[in-house]
Design a protein around this ligand. Structure first.
Ligand code: UDP
Length: 257
């Protein structure tokens, strides 16, 4: 996939005013989750402003460093959210501390909760066929007033085009894209120019958690910033990804000294 040539960020957006912390050339927002939701995302949902959220961990920062096209796509986001204990630790080492780690999964649930109260609509793109179906059922169970206008799993060959057509037609308020990185951010930036409205968010493996396929770390692990270790223990095949996070931390320390 290439850097989006068609989607241009408008000259001014309210997200431009948010305090940002630059970590290895990625501008992370420096806001608490509550402020991000109440001052930005909820009003944008209500005013039907188009918006693109990237929840970035050290692995995404490293990928952006190595792939200029992907970096360009991340830069098109309105909000790059610090999702990952490593990002927050890096900000502290660089003496520009980020207020709070915002887990993408929690941010997604808060958006769905608000959408449920406001009776808004949502589209779920990505994950395996049965995982997507179960995630739809689980979201319907948790948020009965939320209107799931459509869903499509992430493994059919023409899904990217089919989903874009459906979203153009259905105009959902929230579009969750669970294709993993970089595919989810690339799909959003390749297609965003076609849509009139919507909060677009890459949610990685969140449907797997909603579907009960993957268990999220218990609260104490999350509190101790050890969610990454829990995931590694549960899914040891992810070890290569942890190496990227280690490289990220080493580069931050080198930068510092
Ligand atoms: N996925 C997909 N289509 C693909 C490759 C991956 O829909 O071609 C889905 C995969 O099934 C999983 C998600 O993308 O649900 C990626 O999850 P992962 O745990 O890698 O993401 P993370 O949470 O680490 O960003």
């Amino acid at each position: 996939m290439s850097i989006s040539t068609q989607y241009k960020k408008p000259d001014f957006k309210s997200s431009d005013l948010v305090d940002k912390v630059n970590i290895m050339d990625i501008n992370f927002i420096n806001l608490s989750k509550q402020d991000l939701l109440e001052e930005h995302l909820y009003p944008q949902l209500l005013s039907e402003e188009k918006c693109f959220i990237v929840t970035a961990n050290p692995e995404i920062v490293m990928r952006a460093r190595e792939d200029i096209n992907y970096k360009g796509n991340v830069e098109l986001a309105d909000y790059v959210v610090p999702d990952g204990a490593g990002v927050v630790l890096a900000s502290k080492i660089l003496k520009r501390p980020i207020e709070e780690r915002i887990a993408g999964f929690d941010l997604m649930l808060d958006l769905l909760e608000f959408a449920n109260v406001q009776k808004l609509s949502c589209y779920l793109f990505g994950a395996k066929d049965y995982v997507n179906e179960r995630a739809v059922l689980e979201i319907k169970r948790r948020y009965p007033n939320l209107n799931i206008v459509g869903s499509e799993h992430g493994y059919s060959p023409h899904a990217d085009k089919i989903v874009a057509e459906q979203i153009k037609l259905l105009q959902p308020d929230i579009i969750l894209v669970a294709l993993g990185s970089p595919a989810q951010e690339n799909w959003i930036t390749d297609n965003l120019h076609q849509f009139a409205k919507g909060v677009f968010m890459g949610v990685g493996g969140s449907f797997d958690v909603l579907a009960g396929e993957v268990k999220r770390a218990p609260a104490i692990w999350i509190k101790l910033n050890m969610e990454w270790l829990y995931r590694l223990l549960k899914q040891p095949f992810r070890w290569k990804r942890i190496l990227k996070a280690i490289e990220f931390m080493l580069r931050i320390v080198l930068r510092k000294f």
